[in-house]
Design a binder for this molecule. Structure first.
Ligand SMILES: [Zn+2]
Length: 121
């Protein structure tokens, strides 16, 4: 008379293996499936991070070619393919009428009444 376990389906999306759930914490049929599952999840995450980082770096290259202190209109930035939403950090200055500075590392665009002023740290 052997022990009876319920059956579980392997948690790796590309595996249809059903295995006896001898250990309630075990969710993969094998070490190989566990490895493949984590590699695929980490791969997608890294790809998403890489794409966002590339956008910030592309913005940084645009800023680096421009003179610090100059004010740019939103349309000028748009025409240079600058995308304000991609920045490494964003700071709000409460003393300066909630001016927002969109930083790309050491260069930033500070919102002013006339447009965005290129500033440096
Ligand atoms: Zn499996």
């Amino acid at each position: 008379m052997g022990l009876k376990f319920e059956e579980k389906k392997c948690a790796f999306a590309l595996c249809d293996e059903v295995f006896p759930a001898s250990n309630s914490r075990k969710i993969f049929c094998s070490d190989r499936c566990r490895g493949r599952h984590h590699a695929s999840v980490n791969g997608e995450e890294m790809e998403m991070i890489r794409l966002e980082n590339n956008m910030i770096i592309a913005n940084y290259r645009i800023l680096k070619a421009l003179p610090v202190g100059r004010i740019f209109l939103r349309t000028e930035l748009y025409n240079m393919h600058y995308k304000l939403q991609y920045c490494s950090r964003c700071a709000i200055n409460r003393e300066a009428g909630d001016a927002v500075t969109y930083w790309c590392y050491d260069l930033g665009l500070r919102s002013t009444e006339l447009g965005f002023e290129l500033v440096s740290v």
